[in-house]
Ligand binder design. Structure first.
Ligand SMILES: Nc1ncnc2c1ncn2[C@@H]1O[C@H](COP(=O)(O)OP(=O)(O)OP(=O)(O)O)[C@@H](O)[C@H]1O
Length: 265
């Protein structure tokens, strides 16, 4: 099987006037951003400016904090269909399968095998799925995550027997197994060495076209290498969003320019 994807295009993510915070504390101040369908949108900005909070508002992880609040609109747009992420009655677990997330540190289920890690979401979404179909879903996800060849002969081993980079690709496979529309990537290579980082970057690049990705990164070279669009978040607002090459060569906003030139943050 070729290690590439052939699933259909995903919807765009549209964020409009998003404000969010914790208790009396405001973190996002009415930010707007569109992550185009099937593209990689990088979200960059100094530490503490609200990048993770913005990502966590998209799949409604933010609201798990007892003091968290959110206002504004987040939609998945697959014209003419528009799904409001915060619509009353939304099945939040199903939403989080549609909008997968990968974190800075790999988060495999530590007591489970490689197979069971990838199968977890499929079992939840399709209880009673036939064994052969489950095995096929796991294999497909591992192939898409570029991990199949490394683990095919040890699917029953513990996920903890994998290297950090492999664990991160396992987490990506776990997210891909349920065919998400969107992948939220919160500094997915920050804990990895350069070789493992390169594998993940190649993987994300290859997933373009089949999944809409939002990538939070402190690594501007990484944003430049793999994103189509880059948005600069400063103090809870997007100050510039542009095609990546343009943003890094001829930014229009003076604050965005100062940030990408390393003059602050
Ligand atoms: N659970 C929380 N309760 C209160 N404040 C929080 C909580 N989580 C985050 N914050 C604050 O919200 C602000 C934004 O945090 P966030 O993690 O979104 O920023 P970030 O841009 O992703 O930062 P970094 O690049 O350092 O990861 C920070 O000042 C942070 O201290």
């Amino acid at each position: 099987m070729a290690e590439s994807s052939s699933v259909p295009r995903s919807p765009a993510v549209q964020i409009e006037r998003l404000s969010a915070g914790f208790g009396p504390r405001n973190v996002l101040y009415g930010m707007s951003l569109t992550a185009e369908a099937g593209r990689v949108t990088a979200l960059i900005g100094p530490s503490g400016c609200g990048k993770s909070t913005a990502l966590r508002c998209i799949n409604r992880l933010h609201e798990r904090d007892a003091t968290a609040w959110v206002r504004g609109v987040v939609s998945l747009v697959d014209a003419p269909r528009v799904s409001d992420v915060y619509a009353a009655g939304t099945d939040v677990s199903a939403l989080r399968q549609r909008i997968g997330m990968v974190f800075q540190y790999p988060t495999p289920f530590v007591t489970q095998s490689i197979f069971d890690n990838v199968a977890a979401g499929v079992r939840v979404g399709q209880p009673g799925i036939a064994r052969a179909r489950l095995e096929q879903a796991v294999e497909e996800a591992l192939v898409r995550a570029g991990l199949w060849r490394e683990v095919a002969d040890r699917l029953r081993s513990s996920a903890m027997a994998l290297s950090g980079g492999q664990q991160q690709r396992l987490c990506i496979a776990r997210a891909l197994a349920v065919h998400p529309d969107v992948l939220l990537l919160d500094e997915p290579t920050a804990s990895l060495d350069p070789i493992a980082t390169q594998r993940i970057e190649e993987l994300l690049y290859d997933l373009r076209g089949s999944v809409t990705m939002l990538l939070v990164t402190h690594n501007m070279q990484q944003a430049a290498r793999i994103s189509d669009t880059t948005a600069v978040l400063l103090d809870g607002l997007i100050v510039e969003c542009a095609p990546t090459r343009q943003l890094f060569t001829t930014p229009r906003d003076s604050r965005a320019e100062a940030y990408v030139m390393g003059r602050f943050g």
